[in-house]
Design a protein around this ligand. Structure first.
Ligand SMILES: [Zn+2]
Length: 96
């Protein structure tokens, strides 16, 4: 069972940090496209050591890639599904 977590604190700041890199991602993708290399958003995350499954936030994205997946409620606060790919860290975890 994945953990349900509120979208606050470290998760929120990681999400905002990723948002700030949006224009960097756009430039990177344009360059890679031009060079004929893989240039999706996931490629950008992978190339920077960030978890593509959750867009570096540590919370799992919805299947359609828009917004984050909720798995329950804590009172009237939605709980989001912690990204299992990176254990909620937002970074690529290399299995040892
Ligand atoms: Zn992740």
């Amino acid at each position: 069972m994945p953990r349900g977590i509120p979208f606050t604190g470290e998760y929120l700041s990681r999400y905002l940090a990723a948002q700030k890199r949006w224009s960097e991602a756009r430039d990177w993708r344009a360059k890679e496209t031009e060079a004929g290399r893989p240039s999706t958003h996931s490629d950008f995350f992978r190339a920077h050591g960030l978890c593509p499954a959750c867009a570096a936030a540590g919370i799992r994205l919805n299947e359609n890639g828009v917004g984050f997946r909720t798995i329950g409620w804590n009172g009237n606060l939605p709980l989001y599904e912690e990204c299992e790919a990176c254990g909620g860290t937002g970074k690529i975890v290399t299995p040892s």
